[in-house]
Design a protein around this ligand. Structure first.
Ligand code: UAG
Ligand code: ATP
Ligand code: API
Ligand code: MG
Length: 471
């Protein structure tokens, strides 16, 4: 590709790639220099030019010498638009999911439902880039724009026609997922998280709404979990923009959840679509998993899927890694579940999912991550104390913070809880304590494979540790 094709009036030189990190610049690269939360990318412009950048996308105020300065008031947006032309073509049908909780589950279920319908489908999110036969992790829920667009282009080259991806609030604020046509966008729910980055709930919600205000195609469909109090704003925004709207949930118009009865291994759902009631057994427990399954079905139907076949497909959904995953049974017969709940709302959802199955006590092991929203810690403790019978507060990725201080903040909300900092010891104590009729829930890390302490990632897998402790 030639620079002059991307930027009118630019020199006719070859463009070999895109980078937002000066350390990844090679001769022929277009460098995006952005002001970040930690450092100012504009400081690396001279180094990028030195490494061979042919153009730099940056604010007008930035200084660029020795390469073309492509100016923009919103350089991240312009950079994404140029990069998308370089990495295209993309899968014909792309859909995105935002919301505080449920993004990973929903994109994974969407991918599975498409596959059942014979589509060549993939998902991108916290679990990585997932196709029918492969999964590669990227480290972030929504990878940086270059990683994202190059992966999406790569999937299209492999023959993927249907892509569901997670749009995190960080990703939306930083224009990480721009430049490809988004046929449908889903909203799962809104509750407290990430206020360290966004400041307050209003700014956090505005970041999420960008998906509907700017990223979703003008001709696309908004798929909305209607039981969330904040869904009104999403519906109004979509209406103002003239998007088609598909609402799902007990208050949904298009896929109405009429009844939900927990069974031993799942739940029976009655879903009203149009005039017809469809009954299906979802092989997953918990209201939250039913919610995500309905949003996924909404996305598939919004992009042309058959209504009856899509709903019937819910009966064959496979569990999502690390989301209410049954890891082990203790020697006393107590099931041990692993879940990725890392917000107050998610802890409520995960404990509520298990409660109908508890005959004795619900024993909850969890902590809160370091270098993340400090204000969610006490509410997480409160949610735990309110919904579980026995609470053990432990460590979850302390990162750069003092682990004991994080636990103390959580314990403020759960004064009666036990404190066992070492996560393996905490899991061992819960497993040892569990008797017949009890259930153990280990929350916060789900699929994660490491405990981040300082700059180190120490190998750690809740499922594996639960199995070792239960053996
Ligand atoms: C807070 C946040 O979102 N940070 C991410 C973001 O940083 P930023 O744009 O603010 O960048 P910065 O580090 O200040 O640097 C500014 C610019 O200078 C560049 N740079 C920086 C250093 C250098 O030597 N050379 C250089 O060119 C950077 O590439 C960047 O473009 O862009 C960086 C480059 O892509 C990411 O690595 C970084 O993720 C950090 C590691 C992170 O922990 N992010 C988490 C919080 C995150 O994004 N989480 C979300 C939400 C999770 C969820 O709830 O689902 C996610 O989508 O994963
Ligand atoms: N629809 C939902 N409503 C409430 N809680 C949910 C819902 N879906 C998932 N959860 C809770 O949130 C946890 C994380 O779910 P999931 O990974 O699907 O969300 P996510 O939005 O991708 O999270 P992240 O922000 O980390 O990427 C689950 O393990 C569960 O405890
Ligand atoms: N996407 C979330 C994941 C949190 C997972 C939890 N284990 C933690 O480290 O807090 C975040 O980056 O805030
Ligand atoms: Mg996720």
């Amino acid at each position: 590709m030639r620079l002059s094709h991307l930027v009118p009036g630019a020199p006719d030189v070859a463009v070999t790639g895109f980078a937002i990190d000066h350390r990844k610049v090679a001769p022929g690269t277009i460098f995006g220099a952005f002001e970040g939360a930690r450092v100012n990318g504009e400081d690396f412009i001279p180094a990028a030019v030195e490494a061979g950048a042919v153009a730099v996308v940056a604010r007008s105020a930035a200084r660029v010498e020795g390469a073309l300065h492509v100016r923009s008031d919103e350089p991240r947006a312009l950079f994404a638009a140029l990069a998308s032309r370089f990495f295209a073509p993309f899968p014909a049908t792309c859909v995105a999911v935002t919301g505080t909780n449920g993004k990973t589950s929903t994109v994974e279920m969407t991918r599975q439902l498409w596959r059942m319908a014979g589509r060549h489908a993939a998902s991108i999110g916290t679990l990585g880039v997932t196709t029918a036969d492969d999964r590669v992790t990227t480290g972030l829920t929504t990878p940086d724009v270059v990683t994202f667009l190059s992966n999406v282009g790569g999937l299209a080259r492999e023959g993927v026609t249907h892509l569901a991806f997670e749009a995190s609030s960080h990703g939306l604020t930083q224009y990480r997922t721009e430049g490809l046509p988004v046929a449908a966008a889903a909203f799962t729910n809104l509750s407290r998280d990430h206020l360290d980055y966004h400041g307050d709930m209003a700014a956090y919600f505005t970041a999420k709404l960008r998906l509907f205000a700017e990223v979703l195609s003008a001709t696309g469909t908004a798929v909305v979990w209607r039981d969330d109090p904040q869904s009104e704003r999403v519906v109004n925004l979509a209406r103002e923009r003239g998007n088609r709207i598909v609402t799902v949930g007990e208050h949904g118009d298009d896929l109405r959840l009429v009844a939900r009865e927990p069974t031993l291994l799942g739940q029976g759902l009655t879903i009203r679509a149009g005039d017809a009631d469809h009954r299906v057994t979802l092989p997953l427990i918990g209201a939250y998993q039913a919610a995500n399954a309905l949003v996924a079905a909404g996305l598939v139907i919004a992009t042309g899927g058959d209504v009856a076949a899509t709903i019937a497909g819910l009966a064959r959904l496979q569990p999502v890694r690390g989301r209410l995953e049954r890891a082990a049974i203790t020697t006393t017969g107590a099931p041990v579940y692993v879940d990725y709940a890392h917000t107050p709302d998610a802890l409520e959802a995960a404990t509520a999912a298990l409660r109908p199955h508890v005959e004795g006590r619900l024993i909850l092991v969890f902590g809160a991550g370091g270098d993340r929203d400090q204000g969610k810690r006490e509410p997480m403790g409160e949610a735990a104390a309110r919904t579980a019978d026995v609470v053990i507060v432990t460590d979850d990725n302390p990162r750069g913070e003092d682990a004991a201080a994080i636990r103390a903040a959580v314990l403020k909300g759960a004064p009666g809880a036990r404190e066992i900092g070492d996560r393996r010891s905490a899991i061992a104590a819960a497993v040892a304590d569990a008797g017949a009729g009890d259930i153990v829930l280990i929350a916060g890390k789900g699929h994660e494979q490491g405990q981040i302490v300082g700059d180190l990632v120490l190998p750690f897998d809740d499922v594996a540790v639960a199995r070792e402790c239960a053996a």
